[in-house]
Ligand binder design. Structure first.
Ligand SMILES: Nc1nc2c(ncn2[C@@H]2O[C@H](COP(=O)(O)OP(=O)(O)OP(=O)(O)O)[C@@H](O)[C@H]2O)c(=O)[nH]1
Length: 225
């Protein structure tokens, strides 16, 4: 079976793949996101170059242990009111943002990057820089795509917001909300691929795999088979 490695710590992303029947391994590597940001320096929320760069950096960081596999990196950002929001991390940041998001809408963008290492003979250990690894002789197809969806929020009272933040859920989610968890109570509708909101568009993965001449059905692991 074709090996797919998800280079992400996100529990939601591996859950999405598992629920979609897609057999995969998880490989988490340390990526210096600030260094990636410094290399790109873009802060324009409409510019998805940084999003793809971070997704690529996640995938490339896993390459030394990915010989013979396909590697997928992802990164998500919430575009709201002319700003790019990642995870809030603190209650104060989450509260400030959610008070503004109440009754409004924003766009969740998820960048995906797939590297095909099935034919590589490269010895990635010889290179210690992500960019060098990426261009190391032998890496196969490397391709990125962004999937986005507009998220429309219900009016949220301060009591609702404080109760939601007290659960801790929004602190580690791009945009300070989930659509498939407790946060779903405040989501009026999603225009676009809801998987892109959660953090990994399975449909976009299908398209990326097709460029590597892999049909997504080849990765299906149906119970008992
Ligand atoms: N379950 C769920 N998680 C969400 C939702 N929106 C955003 N997230 C999560 O918010 C996180 C976005 O942060 P990222 O920096 O892209 O990813 P991460 O969790 O740090 O993991 P890495 O890929 O290792 O960087 C991801 O884990 C997403 O799955 C949602 O609607 N539902």
């Amino acid at each position: 079976m074709t090996r797919l490695i998800l280079a992400s710590q996100s529990p939601a992303r591996t859950k999405l793949l598992t629920e979609a029947g897609i057999h995969h391994e998880v490989l988490v590597s340390d990526v210096d996101e600030d260094a990636v940001q410094a290399r790109y320096g873009v802060t324009d929320p409409h510019d998805t170059a940084l999003l793809l760069a971070r997704a690529k950096a996640e995938a490339v960081a896993a390459l030394p242990e990915a010989e013979g596999a396909l590697v997928l990196g992802c990164d998500s950002v919430f575009e709201f009111d002319g700003e790019s929001h990642g995870k809030p991390y603190t209650a104060a940041v989450a509260r400030e943002r959610m008070l503004r998001m109440s009754g409004s809408k924003g766009t969740l963008h998820t960048g995906h990057w797939l590297v095909d290492c099935r034919d590589t003979e490269a010895d990635f250990d010889e290179t210690d820089d992500a960019e060098d690894r990426e261009t190391a002789e032998g890496t196969g197809a490397t391709l990125g795509a962004v999937s986005s969806a507009d998220v429309h929020f219900a009016e949220m009272s301060e009591v609702d917001i404080d109760a939601y933040i007290a659960t801790g859920e929004p602190l580690h989610c791009a945009g300070s909300f989930t659509i498939d968890g407790l946060g779903g109570a405040f989501i009026r509708k999603v225009d676009g691929d809801p998987h892109a909101v959660v953090g990994l568009s399975i449909s976009t993965l299908r398209e990326l795999l097709s460029h590597a001449n892999v049909g997504i059905t080849e990765l299906w692991q149906v119970d008992g088979q």
